[in-house]
Design a protein around this ligand. Sequence first.
Ligand code: TRP
Length: 376
Amino acid sequence: MEGEERNEMLVTPWEVRGKVDYERLIKEFGTQPITPTLLERIRRYTGELHIQLRRGIFFSHRDLDVVLDLYDKGVKFVLYTGRGPSGPVHIGHLIPWIFTRYLQEKFNTRLYFQMTDDEKFLVDDKLSLEDTRRFAYENALDLIALGFDPEKTFIIFDVKDIDVLYDIALEVAKRITYSTARATFGFQESTNIGWIFWPALQAAPCFIHAKLTGENVPALIPAAIDQDPYWRVTRDVATKIGYYKPAQIHCRFLPGLGPGGKMSASMPETSIFTTDPPNIVKRKIWNAFTGGRATVEEQRKLGGNPMMCTIFQYYVYLFEEDDAKLAERERRCKNGELLCGECKSDLAERVNRFLEEHRKKREKARDMLDKFYIKR
Ligand code: TRP
């Protein structure tokens, strides 16, 4: 059984399936774990560690130590992350963005954010360019709502802004062979040729800062680990074209509300979208898969299992910042004091409070959007 489960895991930029074994991903992708020593180095710059670092949600990296070595010597870095606008944003998408905003604030650095309306058009048969462009703008509102600094945040809408990417993408594309791309991304005979070129466009923002400002500094990319194949090919060409290799810091996926699997827009009943009204949020949370027992009596007697509970994970990722209170919740669950109903309604209330605030900021963002356009 265990063997079967292991084989089922699939993590690619286009599909994430099965129970994700993060230790195994570190080995297979050849990344580095985030060690206590590295955390201590970060803490020296940021003060108290962000919850996503304290709780191991960001768990793996490439060259974060190198970026910090350079930083110690006075070489700054820029942040780069992005979004494939294939639908509305759910709270799983917000996790790395919240962390990115924190890094922007603590390190006082620029963020380049890529909205890949071109990518999603190419890879998804059902989406038109008009769809992906519309989602790109709608999704940008969710990003801006998180409080990024308009002076230091540059959103690249690929189709509109292709001129800032294209020359860099060509330099990259010329140095990646078809056989490398096929091995890395699993292209088939039937794959359309737009998709085959496309990875060069995701590489381009890694180097855009040098082009825009003349300042050659490394990019640090906070993102979920499924994007790693892009960075593997990008890192191979970086030094050949005169830039630093982009560094990464990888996060886990926020689980969906069902049994197993990440939160995914293709499964709307187990995903919470930022635009979900309060009663829908309540219903989705109410139907969630928990670590609870079959009956109240059993639960009182035997306690629940927070480790396999999706609801508990939401407290861990975002909705209980206080470590002591989180530990207390865990203890009360395990010894049967806290029942699932109470834990779910607490969570629904917190999520709704968060989303209500988020939506207010999201509406304000409409008037601010043009401040975030990338300038040439
Ligand atoms: N390919 C990503 C997606 O489908 C979008 C993306 C572009 C991205 N550039 C990025 C994600 C940089 C993380 C970091 O979601």
